[in-house]
Design a protein around this ligand. Structure first.
Ligand SMILES: *[C@@H]1O[C@H](CO)[C@@H](O)[C@H](O)[C@H]1NC(C)=O
Ligand SMILES: [Cu+2]
Length: 321
């Protein structure tokens, strides 16, 4: 009887839950890792993702659950995926992700000791390895990182930088929805052991805590995308710290995320995604090993430094390998 009643309640709340969501699975180096299912019993659930309890967003950047959702502590049988630095990780949200206005952000945090299991995410120092804000158009009706995520099969691919030191890490994928205020945060975390890494530690300015990284008064979080001003605004300040590694790569200046993509014609990606795997290999290029060189929506360089070849990982992501 009790079971049936709770099943009815779950059904009754389902339509509301479908307006939101989170990361339900990952693909790392071609292997699928199921994520946590917040609507199944915790008993028997195992996986690399930290448990979370509902599809609802986090609404306050000062809430402890901003780190790894609610409650984001380790599961009873918490797993960790091993990944080589330089490998792309794809995070899949529930289909079809409903919120096309807002940024995508990905963070890493190294855990002390020999495992992230049991480590409180609020105690970690996070650094941002990937971000996508307003890609083109205006704040009012432009193309955003989260719109691109939807176009990419409601998934986001981020590459573990080849330069990060090896060790145990949490990876935190996040999409922020700006269609209503307060802004809606959708963070989920997973545990990784990164191998074959480099020696570039994040700088003090690149390290943040959650909560701490964002403030409710950040311009990127208080922005009213339906205001008159938004109809002509073509820049968007992505919340959080400067990107990791940006000091050594002047082309990815964290202060001006919206300006570079806006000048790039939207016609390039279709050509790139339809290019056969073998075609770009002969073209000497500028993209280093493990760098992105193609995929749907990719408007950057497509040629790899010798001797690397642009290799299709999936329809949305090609990498110099
Ligand atoms: C689209 O995403 C789903 C998971 O939501 C996945 O199972 C499927 O393989 C993806 N399709 C492509 C073409 O990547
Ligand atoms: Cu929602």
């Amino acid at each position: 009887m009790v079971f049936k009643l709770s099943a009815l309640i779950a059904l009754a709340t389902l339509p509301k839950a479908l307006a939101h969501g989170g990361v339900l699975s990952y693909n790392i180096g071609g292997t699928t890792y199921q994520g946590w299912n917040p609507y199944n019993s915790p008993t028997g659930q195992t996986g690399i993702e930290r448990p979370w309890s509902s599809y609802n967003p986090i609404l306050s950047p000062t809430d402890p659950t901003i780190a790894c959702n609610d409650d984001g502590t380790s599961g009873a049988v918490q797993l960790t995926a091993t990944v080589k630095a330089g490998t792309p990780i794809i995070a899949y949200w529930n289909q079809v992700w409903p919120h096309p206005y807002g940024p995508m952000l990905t963070y890493l945090a190294q855990c002390p000791g020999t495992t992230c299991t049991g480590v409180n995410a609020n105690t970690l120092k996070w650094f941002k390895i990937d971000q996508s804000g307003l890609i083109s158009g205006t704040v009012y009706n432009g193309y955003w990182g989260s719109g691109k995520m939807i176009d990419q099969n409601s998934s986001w691919t981020t590459t573990i930088p080849a330069t990060v030191p090896s060790g145990n890490y949490m990876i935190r994928f996040e999409t922020i929805a700006l269609h209503s205020l307060p802004a809606q945060f959708y963070p989920e975390c997973a545990q990784l052991t990164i191998t074959g890494g480099g020696t570039l530690a994040p700088t003090a300015a690149q390290l943040v805590t959650f909560p701490g990284a964002y403030s409710a008064t950040d311009p990127g979080l208080t922005i009213d995308i339906y205001s008159n001003a938004a109809q002509t605004q073509t820049t968007y300040p992505i919340p959080g710290p400067p990107l990791y590694g940006s000091a050594s790569s002047p082309t990815s200046s964290a202060g001006t995320p919206a300006t570079t993509p806006a000048t790039t014609p939207a016609t390039t990606p279709a050509t790139v995604s339809s290019t056969p795997v073998s075609a770009p290999t002969g073209t000497p290029g500028t993209v280093a090993q493990y760098g992105q060189c193609g995929g749907t929506g990719w408007a950057g360089a497509t040629g790899c430094l010798s001797p690397f070849a642009c290799t299709v990982v999936n329809a949305y992501y090609s990498q110099c390998l």
